[in-house]
Design a protein around this ligand. Structure first.
Ligand SMILES: [Zn+2]
Length: 241
């Protein structure tokens, strides 16, 4: 599976995914239209599907126009169908979504939004997680609770450590600056922050991450309880670093 990062808006990543055996291509959370169509065109790929993780406009804004331009089938969370009017197919926990020769399991990971889902290609060790898990951080709790997010973190931390995690935003530097204050004694966090700062200075992306890296350096994944996660989330919401 080929996965191409398309940076759009101020800090969003749209992921263009191509399965070479079948030649099928899908796009995860198209915030916008033109850069996505241009990248597919440049590679000679025809977008046949759009997969959404949640309803936020910076994840679904390109749905209608890309669908009109390509005939793509749009898949997204059943619990948010009313808020994503472009959906053709709704999915829930345990459903499987196919891209050519491979398929992904749908995981319900509510908290950032009430119906947020992720797509896990176990055979490829690839996870499209939207705004639930970020490198060294997690999504804001707009429609859910710290207990839900803690359950998500616990669940995701149990995935194979080498799983590559494709988040939807480049938030790593800000998250890392917070993470060193949350766990000042954690040498792995300090080292990662240094590497991330250097990468960002060089104009490089820091996503995807891996489950192993998040287990070692993500205070939200490392939180011992929902209460601990709630305190971290509140502190990060007010953090200016
Ligand atoms: Zn969002």
């Amino acid at each position: 599976m080929e996965i191409v990062r398309i940076p759009v808006l101020s800090d969003n990543y749209v992921w263009l995914v191509h399965e070479p055996e079948s030649g099928e291509t899908m796009v995860v959370d198209p915030a916008v239209v033109d850069p996505v169509l241009a990248e597919a065109e440049r590679r000679g790929w025809r977008i046949g599907q759009i997969w959404n993780t949640h309803w936020h406009p910076d994840h679904t804004g390109g749905n209608a126009t890309i669908k009109a331009a390509t005939g793509a089938l749009v898949t997204g969370p059943a619990a948010e169908a009313a808020r994503i009017p472009t959906l053709d197919r709704i999915v829930c926990e345990g459903d499987r979504v196919r891209l050519g020769a491979v398929d992904a399991a749908v995981l319900e990971v509510p908290a950032h939004t009430a119906g947020h889902i992720a797509y896990h290609f176990a055979s490829e060790q690839v996870l499209f997680i939207g705004d639930t898990l970020f490198a060294m951080g997690c999504g804001r709790l707009f429609e859910g609770t710290a207990a839900q997010m803690h359950a998500n973190m616990t669940r995701l931390s149990a995935l194979p450590p080498e799983t590559r995690v494709y988040c939807a935003h480049e938030y790593t530097l800000s998250n890392g600056r917070f993470a060193v204050t949350a766990e000042p004694g954690n040498a792995d966090i300090a080292a990662r922050l240094k590497a991330v700062a250097a990468a960002r200075d060089a104009g490089e992306a820091t996503v995807p991450t891996t489950i192993a890296l998040e287990r070692a350096t993500n205070p939200f994944m490392r939180a011992s309880s929902a209460e601990a996660l709630a305190a971290l989330r509140a502190a990060k919401d007010n953090f200016r670093g």
